[in-house]
Design a protein around this ligand. Structure first.
Ligand SMILES: [Zn+2]
Length: 277
């Protein structure tokens, strides 16, 4: 997507969100009474936005709840191994870190990926959330404040997930359902059951680039090449500048090895049947 198209989408998104924001009757009357120039009908903008995004991002057309049901919910650590596809997934904790650079590299490569964001990240970085949406990325839920869920109460588990869903929805109009990644990957069978009941499947990873443990760009690149496999879900972090630096090389390596780089939704789907388009 060109920068100008992206800007239009971002502006249209902001307008559409404003259009659905509740106004008190006094405010509405004031707006109507004001001598304002003719404006674009906001519902039309919102519809055009959705149609444009759906055409640009095939994963948006997938019924993800049905996909999770077909996979039995639970928790996954890899996608469908029947096709040469890999999903790069990025966790965003409290700080913006190198998120803007990661987004730049993905945009330059023409990729749509999946970001697991915390509510605190969304609250602190609304502009980055809007850009993730406008760039066609998919969003998953990574809790509100990144606690180890094995040490928090059941009501707090629900609150951590629901508050994040709420702010992501307010900022982007998107849902994080049905994807949840436990902070530190720390879950349990009873926690997985609980999040399944909240409308989320657990999403772990096939391998970790170890960027959050200080791996440099060369080590990250080497690790991805060594572990790449059909259906892999790769764990990366927005906080790592080395990750952002490695990204264009990693993308080139994987493409040269014949992999399609796709969103989580796409890597979880069965491959298209022969003969279908
Ligand atoms: Zn995390």
């Amino acid at each position: 997507m060109s920068v100008s198209t992206k800007t239009i989408f971002a502006l249209a998104l902001a307008a559409a969100l404003l259009a659905v924001a509740p106004l008190c009757s006094g405010c509405r009357q004031q707006t109507q009474a004001a001598d304002m120039p003719a404006r674009v009908e906001l519902p039309d903008v919102a519809r055009a936005l959705e149609e444009g995004m759906a055409a640009h991002s095939p994963w948006r057309a997938v019924d993800r709840t049905a996909l999770a049901t077909s996979l039995g919910w639970g928790q996954v650590s890899s996608g469908n191994k029947g096709a040469r596809r890999i999903a790069l997934t990025f966790d965003a904790g409290a700080d913006a870190g190198a998120t803007a650079q990661v987004l730049d590299e993905l945009e330059a490569a023409g990729l749509e990926c999946t970001f697991f964001v915390t509510g605190q990240f969304a609250l602190s970085n609304p502009g980055l959330l809007a850009r993730m949406y406008a760039d066609g990325h998919e969003l998953g839920n990574h809790s509100w404040s990144h606690p180890k869920f094995t040490g928090v109460s059941a009501p707090e588990v629900a609150s951590q997930i629901e508050r994040t869903e709420q702010i992501v929805h307010e900022l982007t109009g998107m849902t994080t359902k049905p994807y949840f990644r436990f902070p530190y990957g720390a879950g349990s069978s009873s926690l997985v059951k609980q999040i399944n009941g909240l409308g989320y499947m657990g999403v772990l990873w096939t391998f970790d680039t170890l960027d959050s443990l200080g791996a440099n760009a060369a080590a990250i690149r080497g690790r991805v090449s060594a572990h790449a496999a059909p259906g892999a879900i790769v764990l990366m972090h927005c906080s790592s500048a080395e990750e952002a630096k490695a990204l264009p090389l990693v993308i080139d390596d994987l493409r040269a090895a014949g992999y399609d780089l796709v969103t989580l939704t796409q890597v979880l789907q069965p491959p298209a049947a022969p003969g279908s388009s």
